[in-house]
Each structure stands twice: as structure tokens, then as C-alpha cells.
Design a protein around this ligand. Structure first.
Ligand code: HEC
Length: 156
């Protein structure tokens, strides 16, 4: 092969490796910087922030509904509330959320998706013959994901 072609091929290969590398870096670490309160600030746009906070309020609403329904013995109502923020919610939001998901660091993505998955598991537990004590324990465990994520990350 001509030397000039070799150089060009090498240059293209390096560029390719570099591009994939940059992409991989942002995929794993997201686009964040440290804030003054030692939480990582995730750089999303104003619109994406509104979208994420709305999703958050839905999570809080669902936990409120689960507590209230369990308190009045309406287990099916509680299971439905849990399911409303399960993986079904992620699928519904996937089209809009895929660009946001790319911006989040991997541990944050895992915490987020894990939370929705756990709500589906909670719905199953509520529908089983588990005691209320067991349900509360599972809910407490599920909510360590809320507190862990809030302690590590914030929005701009
Ligand atoms: C994957 C990370 C993550 C998980 C898991 C998570 N949150 Fe959040 N939540 C955030 C971030 C980031 C904010 C913005 C906080 C900030 O900027 O100070 C937020 C904000 C909120 C807010 C404020 C909403 C508003 O309108 O300002 C509520 C309420 C909330 N979360 C509830 C919950 C509940 C309840 C759970 C668990 C069932 C939960 N979150 C799980 C990341 C998460």
C-alpha cells in the first residue's frame, strides 16, 4: 500500500477511536460538575429539568397514595398506585426521555430505572398475602433509592 494511504488510514482510525472514546466517556460519566453542596449538578436543559421534576412529583404522589390506600385497607388501590410509576411509566416516557437518559451518569441511570422496577415489585408484594409490616419494609428499602439519588445529584 502507498505510504500516503497508510497515513490517511491511520488518521481515520485514530479519529474513530477518539470519537468512540468521547462518546463512551459521556455515556458512563454523563454531563455533570460538582456543586457547592458536594452534589453533582446534572447539566440538563430547562425543559428537561421541568420534565424530570414532574416525574419526581409523580413518584411522591404515588408514595402518598400507597400509604393512604394501605391505611384504609385498600390493597388493590395501593398496588395500582405503585404500578402507575413502575416500568410502564419508563416505557411511556422513553421516546422523550432517551436524550435525557444519555446525559445521566450510569449510577444515576441505574438508581432511576431501579426505582421504577422496585415499584413493580412492590405492587406484586401488595397483591400477595404479604403482611403490612413486610410491605412497609419493602417500601422503606425502595425509598433508600430516592434518598441516595437526592444526596448525590441535583439539577442546574
Ligand atoms: C435517579 C435519581 C433520583 C431518584 C431515584 C429519585 N429522585 Fe427525586 N429528584 C432527583 C433530582 C436530581 C431532583 C432535583 C433535586 C435538586 O435539583 O435539588 C429530584 C427532585 C425531587 C422532588 C422535587 C420535585 C420538584 O418539583 O421540585 C421530589 C418531590 C422528588 N424528587 C421525589 C422523589 C421520590 C419520592 C423518589 C423515590 C420514590 C425519588 N424522588 C427518586 C433525582 C432522583
Amino acid at each position: 500500500m502507498n505510504n500516503r494511504y497508510k497515513v490517511a488510514a491511520l488518521a481515520f482510525a485514530s479519529l474513530w477511536v477518539f470519537t468512540i472514546g468521547v462518546f463512551a466517556y459521556f455515556f458512563v460519566f454523563g454531563v455533570g460538575r460538582m456543586g457547592p453542596d458536594d452534589r453533582e449538578i446534572i447539566n440538563v436543559t430547562a425543559g428537561e429539568k421541568q420534565f424530570l421534576l414532574k416525574e419526581m412529583r409523580q413518584l411522591l404522589e404515588a408514595t402518598q397514595q400507597i400509604h393512604e390506600a394501605l391505611g384504609t385497607g385498600q390493597r388493590e388501590q395501593a398496588a395500582l398506585a405503585a404500578e402507575s410509576v413502575g416500568m410502564g411509566m419508563v416505557q411511556e416516557l422513553a421516546a422523550v426521555e432517551s436524550t435525557i437518559l444519555l446525559k445521566l451518569p450510569v449510577p444515576m441511570k441505574e438508581l432511576g430505572l431501579g426505582t421504577h422496577r422496585e415499584f413493580d415489585n412492590l405492587a406484586r408484594t401488595i397483591r400477595s398475602d404479604a403482611s403490612e409490616k413486610q410491605i412497609m419494609k419493602e417500601m422503606g428499602e425502595l425509598m433508600t433509592r430516592c434518598t441516595a439519588c437526592h444526596a448525590s445529584y441535583r439539577l442546574p
